[in-house]
Design a binder for this molecule. Sequence first.
Ligand SMILES: NC(=O)c1ccc[n+]([C@@H]2O[C@H](COP(=O)([O-])OP(=O)(O)OC[C@H]3O[C@@H](n4cnc5c(N)ncnc54)[C@H](OP(=O)(O)O)[C@@H]3O)[C@@H](O)[C@H]2O)c1
Length: 269
Amino acid sequence: MEDRPAVHALLQTLRPTHVFNCAGVTGRPNVDWCESNKAATIRSNVIGALNLADLCDIEGIHLTVFATGCIYTYDKALGRPCPEGGRGGEWGRAWGFKEEEVGNFGGSWYSYTKSRVEELMRAYENVLILRLRMPISDDLHPRNFVTKILGYECVVNIPNSMSILSDLLPLSVVLATHNETGVVNFTNPGCISHNEVLGLFKEVVRPGMGEWRNFSVEEQAKVLKAGRSNCCLSTERLEGLAGKYGVVVPEVQEGMRRCFERMVGNGVE
Ligand SMILES: NC(=O)c1ccc[n+]([C@@H]2O[C@H](COP(=O)([O-])OP(=O)(O)OC[C@H]3O[C@@H](n4cnc5c(N)ncnc54)[C@H](OP(=O)(O)O)[C@@H]3O)[C@@H](O)[C@H]2O)c1
């Protein structure tokens, strides 16, 4: 994406009607990498992502961007309180961050740049911006949020919006082929805490699993370079669009249970 002439030449050769952008740097082993690689993060996630959006605009191509909802943080004063424990989609629709709200989390360079680039990308009329959070696949792929928290010595326990990929990725194709545009919070309705996720995983996938340890956000901050976003997003717009095309996205607790059942079917122990 950073090589604008090469991307332009490719678009002119392939002449696609639609492009999906799943590229971007998230850092290895995690987003702390972006704190010490600020210019490289800008080159990929800002300049590269804008190159592609701009070229798709010039060529009249619809672009779907797999973006992030990790641009918010709970703030009671803003009317966006942190719930106690997971909540359903109704709670999310009432109290979750809506698409038009400007990102209020700048605790990491990754999130700060993602938030700024989204503000700029909104200006393009051919772009659909799908905001994912904590993506979860039907296996224990190393990038799966569940795989990540299973590997941590201690986990925080905060309700969050999450994206179960089997529930959502097919919908991204439906939305793109109908040339939907604008920003959409692309998570399952409602929010679920880390302990609920691990408890459900233990119940459905790995009954013999031992207990895990929690620590506070303050204790977590001591072992991380950058802060982490915790938030619940409103899925009102997503559910409206899904309904328009006859798709039902399950609430996150239900979706997670079904995802873990599929994991068992996929041989995960
Ligand atoms: N993982 C999450 O928790 C999460 C959550 C929400 C949103 N997202 C967003 O989803 C996107 C992908 O994340 P991911 O977790 O799939 O990351 P990933 O596993 O690191 O994969 C990123 C891919 O993007 C490619 N890439 C990076 N910079 C590029 C550039 N300038 N031009 C072309 N390709 C480039 C990488 O290629 P190389 O392997 O060759 O470097 C890699 O194939 C990111 O924009 C991220 O912000 C991720």
